[in-house]
Design a binder for this molecule. Structure first.
Ligand SMILES: [Zn+2]
Length: 69
């Protein structure tokens, strides 16, 4: 399965069992877990999505947290 290499932005190959990410263009080779961390670290947009998600989750539960205000 082709995914985007976080290092050189070329096509990297994700092994069918999701265990290994390999890029032929820059010799990147890491586990999928490391890949996810790497991408999360390097793509601020990804972090923003997580931030928005956390905010909206807080909004849904704010009614029970009024006593903390
Ligand atoms: Zn690469």
């Amino acid at each position: 399965m082709k995914i985007r290499c976080p290092k050189c932005k070329s096509d990297a190959e994700l092994s069918p069992d999701f265990s290994l990410v390999k890029c032929g263009s820059c010799d990147l080779e890491m586990s999928y877990g490391e890949y996810v961390k790497f991408v999360a670290h390097n793509e601020s947009r990804y972090s923003d999505i997580l931030g928005d998600y956390a905010t909206s989750t807080e909004g849904q539960t704010s009614g029970s947290l009024d006593e903390w205000d």
